[in-house]
Structures are given as C-alpha cells and as structure tokens.
Design a protein around this ligand. Sequence first.
Ligand SMILES: [Zn+2]
Length: 133
Amino acid sequence: MQISTTLPGNFRSALMRGLRGQCPRCGEGALFHKWLKPYNACPTCALDLTPQQADDFPAYIAIFITGHLVGPIIIMLALEYALSSWQIAAILLPMATAMMLAMLQPVKGGVITAQWWNGMHGFVKERVEAPPE
Ligand SMILES: [Zn+2]
C-alpha cells in the first residue's frame, strides 16, 4: 500500500475533494472517468476505488436536497404569482431535473469519500498521524 503525504487532515477536507470529483486520498487524481463512473483506481495515488458502493444513495441525497430547495419556490410561485399548476410544473420540472443531474456527480464523490474515510466496504481507513503530545 502506497502512503501519500497529502492525506486529508480531516473529513471536511476529504469531503471537499470528493465533492470536486477528486480522489479523497490524494486530492489530485480524478475520481470519475465518465459522468458517474469512478475509476477502478486513482490515476495519481492508485487508491483502489473498487470497494465503493454508492449505489442509489447519491440519487436519494440529490432528490432530498432538490425537494427542499424546490418546495419554497413552489409555494412562492403559487402564492405570489398565482400561477396555475401547469405553469408551475412547466417551470419547476425542468429546473428540478437540471438541479438533480448537476448534483449527482458531486454527491456521489461525497458518498465515496465518506465510505473511504470510514473504511467501509473494504476501504482501508487512513488518517494523518496525530502529532505527539
Ligand atoms: Zn488519489
């Protein structure tokens, strides 16, 4: 196992790497070689990414976030502009679809990062050594 000197210091910095589509371990290699298809191994640090099992979880998260963002907009459009249901649907369905599609890859990167950080599904739990006290 190759140890990189650029391991993230905490989960937040690892998560930011994953959300940007970068390898959570080294922060340099790309996580995805297609839209939602992660590499089998990081091209830079060779982190084995085959244990990742994001499955449907990124889609659930994207739907959850989109729903919470779109809900107030539906209420505003209905109350402030008195739009019909069809007009609201014509505005919000394309918007919600675009929001979910835009969120899927970053959210999947975040889910893979959480699995790696917590050593789930065969990932090796790696941490920066704490300084001696
Ligand atoms: Zn890497």
